[in-house]
Design a protein. Structure first.
Length: 202
């Protein structure tokens, strides 16, 4: 059961990344928000799978990764659920929209960036737990740990005010960065699925 849940989580995460890539390219914001919520669910399931197979020596790193994956999921679900409900359906005042409308690069945009930074930190710690014996697992471990570097940028960007509503081309720059991230993270999802698949066949 553990490996089945983990495989499903990796598959959900991978499909969500593909969906996110497509939705961004066609400008379908509602779809982008929706698939990112499923990405959060899939990621937690995937990390839980790595946590379950970690040995005693790596339990602290695995526990840290699991907790951080939950923090990421909470932040992302709050941000995108707000976009799909309050922002899309309600007649909010200008001040409220400045805070919660993702498109205005306000507080909820900063929470979103922070959420993905926490996700990156989670992948770093889960990468520490993988006992890489095969070539695929070595690639997976490396990609997970290098992905942790994104935490630094995600943590600092909101505080430095790099993106704001008055910045020319901010949406295009943001979209390009996210597309590059999708190209990086999709192999992690695929390799994670193969990792759990190989474990289940032993």
């Amino acid at each position: 059961m553990n490996l089945t849940v983990a495989k499903i989580g990796a598959a959900i995460a991978g499909v969500s990344v593909i969906g996110f890539t497509i939705c961004m390219l066609i400008g379908f914001d509602f779809g982008s928000y929706l698939v990112c919520m499923f990405l959060a669910f899939g990621f937690v399931m995937m990390v839980s799978g790595f946590h379950a197979e970690s040995d005693e020596e790596h339990k602290v790193a695995a526990n840290t990764a699991l907790v951080l994956s939950g923090v990421y999921a909470v932040l992302i679900l709050l941000v995108y659920f707000a976009q799909m409900t309050a922002v899309r359906l309600d007649s909010l005042g200008e001040e409220a929209l400045r805070i919660i409308d993702y498109e205005r690069f306000g507080l909820f945009f900063s929470y979103d960036i922070l959420g993905y930074g926490v996700m990156a930190l989670s992948t770093f710690f889960i990468g520490l737990t993988i006992n890489a014996k095969s070539r695929l697992d070595r690639w997976l471990k490396g990609l997970l740990m290098v992905h942790g570097i994104f935490f630094i940028a995600c943590f600092l960007i909101p505080m430095l005010g790099v993106f704001n509503s008055e910045m020319d081309g901010a949406h295009w720059i943001g979209t390009l960065i996210l597309e590059v991230w999708c190209l990086y993270f999709l192999p992690i999802c695929i390799l994670s699925y193969l990792h759990f698949e190989n474990r289940s066949n032993k």
